[in-house]
Design a binder for this molecule. Structure first.
Ligand code: CO
Length: 134
């Protein structure tokens, strides 16, 4: 079951410049950075209330974020909902006809298990589900 908006992800071609914008200009706080090697992605987290802005940047100019930058340019990439049971939510959504980008959840940042709903089955919005460790 979905519990809250976990983060909003923005694809950025220059991570340092994007961090500087959100911290120096918009006044957010940088919580930390993490490389998710399985997705060839560097991430930076900036909390805002109960959710976070997540800046995502390709490692070595490769991977899904680079593909997105090449295809759509920088900007909003996906929204992520926290779920308390990602396996049950994937099964329930599959029963309703939703398609996912992976067969099973994959490892995400912060020790999460994550899965993405295909945007073509979700009104053009890329939605991530994330289950945090207990
Ligand atoms: Co995400």
């Amino acid at each position: 079951m979905i519990r809250r908006l976990d983060h909003i992800a923005i694809a950025v071609p220059d991570l340092e410049a994007a961090i500087a914008r959100f911290v120096a200009d918009l006044g957010l706080t940088l919580e930390g950075t993490e490389d998710v090697l399985s997705e060839q992605t560097s991430t930076a987290f900036l909390p805002v209330g109960q959710t976070r802005i997540e800046l995502i940047h390709p490692i070595d100019g490769e991977g899904p974020v680079q593909a997105s930058l090449d295809k759509r340019g920088p900007g909003l990439h996906h929204i992520c909902f926290e779920t308390d049971d990602i396996d049950a939510d994937m099964a329930a959504l599959r029963d309703k006809g939703y398609r996912f980008l992976s067969e099973a959840p994959k490892p995400g940042a912060h020790g999460t298990r994550v899965a993405f709903i295909h945007p073509k089955s979700c009104g053009g919005v890329l939605i991530e589900l994330a289950e945090h460790p207990e």
